[in-house]
Design a protein around this ligand. Structure first.
Ligand code: PRX
Length: 667
């Protein structure tokens, strides 16, 4: 039904991501102070010595250019300031104002007011039905406009195209006009009292590819069949490729392939900021969807408070922007806070293992944020590479992506931070958008326990679940880590697969967000992450599903089946170990197949996902129902043969012995 859009929570000023460049917002902010002035008073705004209406009028005609230039600068938000106030020649019919300047009408009409007074009513829709008026705030009108603009773009409407609007006076008509303005399309509003023929003539002349209309109009208590009129008109308009039909009444009208219900199409448009693919426990990576306001707020807020970021600081997050850490703490968090952020293109050991610390000295980095895998690597090269450089600028050291072992934590704290910079072990995920558990913020002298993420961030309510799905209430306990409340930074869906989103995160523990991680809660109530509970492993801080690697390995023509697991690796945190069963009759050297598998994995996924070990086996240990017993494989690889656990469901216990022997041989 035709109702005002009430999804205000989803609103964000810049929600029209594809249409609004950052410079819009910049221009907006630059001009905000003048817009905020109680009222535009030309006398007090650069027209010195001019007072009174008549004098001002004289000035406006005698100094026309400077008058209009001042007014334009004050009343409008410019993306780019104009160079020439006017270049008109009435004798030639040449009229040109504000040359070189650039602005967006829609941003001028909406965004800047939403910044200062989002709840102000922008439209009062006095409907035909007396006494049933509906009010729309600026925020709502902007959201409607953004959705419509996104929709038009998705449907191929480009800058310079012309959209015909054949609608009665209503909010969606206004939003349609503003949406066109937003994306740089021209609108061609045709009075809804015009006939099909008059409409067709205007559509043809404008060469419009898109028409926006309503199913029926309501005027003076009478229904008009506007969609039917459009149908008749477009029969003689070959340029029209699509017609959007808003539902002013409940009456269904005939729809063709070319017709779309406007409100339905608009609902598909969200304020998506980005997709970021990450691994799950099945072979197919999931495109997690983050939207704008919630994500940005959370990234900025956590950046400010977890790291104690202050204006003027230089923030050094060394993660690649291809991972969520790079998104939230190299790009969005620092920039939203007006900070200075370092984009690190290199590696921790290039040209030598002092790279990070030389950079800290040279760029005067205040907060350094990196991964334990790099710390472990650097420990091996010795303290001298760190001590060589001045690190007095550092105030906070962050760790992310995987558990940080005590040795690495101590070294980071003692050697890098000289014991004066708090080390914050930050736990979060692609799904969470930003840091959820970290030692900071905390009371100034509160303790920080090595290797513990410790304290939930503002608005985060972690719970631990037992195997039956009950909340564990006591301390000094371990369980599945879930979140009991939503927070703004959460991913909104999995691209093209909302069902998978629900099944993965919300069905395992109904009413809770399931992280996929296990955690321990200490006596004092601090959290420590113990690792993944699913078949996702973490290699050098890079998350990868074992099923993803198996999918590739199984594509090798010589391979019958495989099982991939993670094992403890002193530098990488976890390494990849593949068990491979070859097809009968395969007559290729195992070493050649290993090489081939490595090539395939690095080609189809990435180098870091390549198996460090490939163990060839005649068969894999399976349950009677045919499920590979990964638990057993993990224990074998960890050389923990005393705790292989219950083997009674094994199909053939001899398979385990073969695997153990094969593993011993490989070492
Ligand atoms: O298992 C946890 C581990 O990394 C997973 C999330 O990976 P990804 O989505 O790629 O995001 C990594 C960067 C935020 C988590 O489910 N993880 C992340 N941070 C930590 C961690 N494990 C232990 N301690 C951490 N601080």
């Amino acid at each position: 039904m035709w109702l005002p859009c009430r999804c205000a929570a989803k609103y964000v000023a810049a929600s029209f991501s594809r249409g609004v460049s950052a410079s819009f917002l910049h221009a907006l902010r630059r001009n905000r102070s003048s817009w905020n002035a109680a009222a535009f008073m030309p006398e007090s705004s650069g027209f010195e010595g001019v007072s009174g209406r008549d004098a001002l009028h004289d000035y406006s005609v005698s100094h026309s250019e400077s008058f209009w230039a001042a007014v334009a600068r004050q009343r409008l938000s410019w993306i780019r300031p104009f160079d020439v106030v006017q270049d008109c020649d009435l004798s030639q019919g040449r009229i040109s104002w504000f040359e070189g300047g650039k602005l967006n009408v829609s941003v001028n009409c909406l965004d800047r007011h939403v910044h200062t007074c989002p709840e102000r009513v922008a439209l009062i829709w006095e409907r035909d039905e007396q006494g049933s008026e509906v009010r729309y705030t600026y925020k709502e009108l902007l959201e409607m406009t953004c959705r419509l603009g996104n929709l038009l773009r998705r449907q191929g409407v480009k800058k310079g195209d012309c959209v015909t609007i054949y609608m009665p006076t209503c909010p969606l008509a206004v939003a349609s006009m503003l949406a066109c303005a937003r994306i740089g399309a021209a609108h061609n509003v045709v009075f809804a009292g015009f006939s099909a023929e008059a409409l067709a003539e205007r559509i043809r002349d404008a060469q419009s590819s898109t028409v926006i209309t309503v199913n029926q109009g309501v005027r003076g208590g009478k229904i008009t069949e506007l969609k039917r009129t459009v149908d008749a008109a477009v029969r003689s308009c070959p340029s029209v490729q699509q017609v959007f039909v808003a539902m002013r009444t409940e009456k269904q009208v005939e729809m063709t392939d070319r017709d779309f219900v406007l409100e339905e199409e608009m609902l598909k448009e969200d304020d998506v900021l980005f997709l970021l693919y990450t691994s799950g426990s099945t072979g197919k990576p999931k495109g997690l969807v983050h939207t704008q306001a919630g994500y940005l707020l959370y990234a900025a807020f956590t950046h400010r408070y977890v790291f104690g970021y202050h204006d003027g600081d230089v923030f050094g997050c060394v993660a690649d922007i291809g991972w969520i850490t790079g998104h939230s703490y190299t790009v969005y968090g620092p920039l939203a806070n007006g900070g200075t952020t370092v984009l690190f293109e290199s590696t921790p050991v290039y040209p030598d293992p002092g790279r990070y610390w030389e950079m800290v000295e040279r760029l005067r980095i205040n907060q350094f944020y990196g991964a334990p895998t790099a710390i472990r690597l650097l420990i091996k090269y010795g303290d001298q590479w760190v001590k060589k450089y001045d690190r007095s600028s550092l105030t906070t050291l962050g760790s992310v992506g995987e558990p940080i072992n005590t040795e690495a934590w101590e070294w980071y704290n003692r050697v890098v931070g000289e014991g004066r910079c708090p080390v914050v072990d930050t736990w979060w995920q692609t799904e969470t958008g930003g840091i959820c558990i970290a030692p900071k913020p905390s009371e100034p002298d509160a303790e920080i326990v090595p290797g513990m993420a410790m304290r939930p961030f503002f608005g985060i309510k972690p719970v631990l679940m037992d195997t039956e799905g009950k909340v564990l209430t006591s301390n000094n306990t371990s369980g599945a880590l879930c979140m009991a409340q939503p927070w703004p930074g959460m991913a909104r869906t999995i691209h093209n697969n909302h069902q998978r989103f629900i099944e993965t995160y919300f069905q395992p523990y109904p009413g809770y967000f399931f992280t996929g991680d296990g955690a321990y809660r200490s006596e004092k109530g601090y959290y420590q992450i113990t690792g993944r509970l699913d078949d996702v492993i973490n290699v050098s801080g890079h998350r990868i599903g074992t099923a993803e690697i198996e999918d590739v390995v199984n594509q090798c023509p010589a391979v019958a089946e495989s099982a991939v697991i993670g094992y403890s690796h002193s530098i990488k945190g976890q390494g990849v170990y593949a068990f491979v069963v070859l097809k009968k009759g395969v007559d290729i050297q195992e070493a050649d197949i290993s090489k081939q598998l490595n090539n395939m994995v690095s080609e189809k996924i990435a180098k870091y996902a390549c198996p460090e070990f490939v163990q060839f086996a005649k068969r894999l240990p399976k349950t009677r129902s045919g499920k590979i017993m990964r638990r057993v494989l993990r224990k074998v690889v960890e050389c923990d043969l005393d705790s292989l656990g219950d083997l009674s469901t094994l199909d053939d216990p001899a398979a385990v012995q073969e695997i153990i022997k094969g593993h011993e041989k490989l070492l």
